[in-house]
Write a protein that binds this ligand. Sequence first.
Ligand code: URA
Length: 250
Amino acid sequence: MRYGFRVRLNAYLASAGVASRRRAEELIRAGRVCVNGEPAQLATRVRDSDVVELDGREVLPQPRTYALLNKPAGVVTTARDPQGRPTVVELVGQGTRLFPVGRLDCDTTGALLLTNDGMLANRLAHPRYGVEKVYEATLAGEPDARALERLRAGVELADGMTAPAKARVLHGDGRSTVVEITLREGRKRQVKRMCRAIGFPVEALHRSRYASIVLRELPVGAWRELTAAELASLRSAAAQRLLAADRSGA
Ligand code: URA
């Protein structure tokens, strides 16, 4: 992975597999880490052109892997499940350990990214970067225009008002309706709580898109590596939101 932007030195060391972020801080404090030949400080930030050394040995970043999984229902979005349920990490089963970017509920299906690029994963999952997530929610009943407008305008939840969202009906059969909901937040069980709050419980939930990444023909339970173009678009989405947030002083 090439870092075009600067990252904190402890995060760089952690992502290179040297130590946890906390242990990396101890190594920096102990004066064992140099950047471009100079002893590093805790606040030091590095980019890919910098030479980072630990005890005089160069620390190179680990090769990065970016996977897209079409998550099936019944699989948990954690690295390990105390209840022994299958996990998304086992499904992707790479030699390198990958971590999910954000989470989907056990019964939610669809697009889930996994990577060992902690920096990009943090950016994508952090609400500050406002990455779009698109869901297809099957709702019991037929939400009317007013109900959809409530989803768009924001719904009062126990953890506060939701940010403006997009919502449109895809199809329905009178008994249930599939509504496409686009969020820039990622609170726990957000879609289900929003829909319940407006009186239409979710019967099934599928994520069709994460940022610009769509499943296309990927079968349920299968995964594939992101293409170079998809990765570039993810990186630029995260960077653009950061620039926008910096300009607005957020
Ligand atoms: N919102 C939910 O309610 N559940 C998910 O899995 C994702 C978003």
